[in-house]
Design a binder for this molecule. Structure first.
Ligand code: AMP
Length: 394
């Protein structure tokens, strides 16, 4: 047996693979894209040469080819010690990571109605890895699990009870692995224990969510039944008036079209009419493109509103934490957001903010700020590797 841990993250037409050693140091990572298409491709990070795939390669073929490529480069020998899988939706069944068994697989399948684009492909990755490594312990780590500590007042919608009881309609929350990592890392940087640390964690990438974490546990979060609720995102609208659906129907927009519009054509892309990429938007705004400036303004204002809303769940606050591609890299977005938070007493140090917290152990607030503000790079793969290693050793 090799002492490596593999982390598998299957998306709707792509997959990411990461290889960790037993000390949880990352040894290699790889990406396969356009799976199921004629021009499916795969590559190990840092390599010039692509990894050869059959045309229309599926998840299993891509995983097989990438693992073979790891072996050819002496990165892996024999079977890994454990495999960790990112799984998007664990419903109310999974409050923590789970060792994969036929029962786990059928429970993940049971949550597929709640995440029809994600859980089936996550399962494709699980089935493929079980076939490739039949004796290796495999572990599912769920995006929703960390939020299973939400109190009812935060997770219930004000809908008739049967919607919850019969159909599971409630707020689940996502990005749980990232918010959990923020809780751990913030505690470490603040010289505290996670169990006594309370933060507001803003994960801002192409998908965005914000979570109130009280004494290490998730107590409120902005995403809901699906990852559409809450903040403005790259192509997702976030919150809209539910009355919108009727109104769109009266204009001849079908449910499918409305779904597509809210998920794929809205958010930063919809407002700017140009791009869902925050870096490009900032450049466009700098060149006087007003819809891009508006998109940034709406994004930051919605985020600030949610920052304020999250304080309703906390009795003290140790830090506001930014992470994700935007949260980690955009001094401008952090500054424009925190500017709305004067009443809460938040203030940034422009120089520390400009360096993304790298000068100061993540800290970007000024000495006068009522609460610390931190930038912490997220590392969901590491959490999945750690969980997989821990559960495989049990
Ligand atoms: P993620 O989904 O976490 O990979 O984040 C992707 C988002 O991060 C995209 O909108 C990128 O434009 C954004 N991003 C990455 N670097 C920067 C940067 N330096 N300034 C602004 N946005 C950035």
């Amino acid at each position: 047996m090799d002492e490596s841990i593999l982390v598998v993250n299957c998306g709707s037409s792509s997959l990411k693979l990461a290889l960790f050693d037993k000390h949880l140091q990352k040894k290699a990572s790889a990406l396969a894209e356009k799976l199921g298409k004629q021009d499916a491709s795969a590559r190990i990070s840092g390599d010039q040469q692509p990894v050869q795939l059959p045309a229309d390669a599926n998840y299993k073929q891509a995983l097989q080819a990438l693992i073979e490529a790891f072996r050819n480069r002496d990165l892996l020998s024999g079977e890994p010690m454990a495999v960790g899988h990112r799984v998007v939706h664990g419903g109310e069944t999974f409050r923590e990571a789970a060792l994969i068994s036929p029962a786990t697989i059928s429970a993940i399948r049971g949550c597929a109605d709640l995440a029809p684009l994600h859980n089936p492909v996550n399962l494709a990755g699980i089935e493929a890895m079980r076939a490739l490594f039949p004796t290796t312990p495999q572990v599912a780590v769920f995006d929703t699990a960390y939020h299973q500590t939400l109190p009812q007042r935060a997770y219930r919608y004000a809908l008739p009870e049967h919607c919850y009881k019969d159909w599971g309609i409630r707020r689940y929350g996502f990005h749980g692995t990232s918010h959990y990592f923020m809780a751990q890392e913030a505690a470490r940087l603040l010289n505290k224990t996670p169990a006594t640390t309370s933060i507001i964690s803003a994960h801002l990438g192409n998908g965005c969510s914000i979570t109130a974490i009280k004494d290490g546990l998730s107590v409120d979060t902005s995403m809901g039944l699906t990852p559409l609720e809450g903040l403005v995102m790259g192509t997702r609208s976030g919150d809209v008036d539910p009355g919108l659906f009727d109104y769109l129907a009266s204009r001849g927009v079908s449910a499918d079209q409305a779904h597509h519009m809210l998920n794929n054509d809205s958010g930063l892309l919809g407002l700017s009419g140009q791009t869902n990429d925050m870096r490009s938007l900032c450049e466009l705004a700098d060149h006087g493109h007003e819809p891009s400036s508006l998109a940034i303004d709406v994004f930051c204002f919605r985020l600030a509103r949610y920052l304020g809303a999250m304080t309703a769940s906390l009795t003290h606050l140790d830090a506001v934490v930014f992470t994700g591609g935007i949260g980690e890299n955009s001094a401008r977005i952090r500054a424009e957001t925190i500017r709305h938070m004067r009443l809460m007493g938040l203030e940034l140090d422009p120089e520390l903010n400009r360096h993304n917290g790298k000068l100061s152990d993540g800290r970007i607030n000024s000495p006068d700020s009522r609460f610390p503000v931190l930038v912490i790079p997220t590392n969901e793969e590491l959490v999945i590797a750690r969980e997989a290693g821990r559960m495989a050793a049990i």
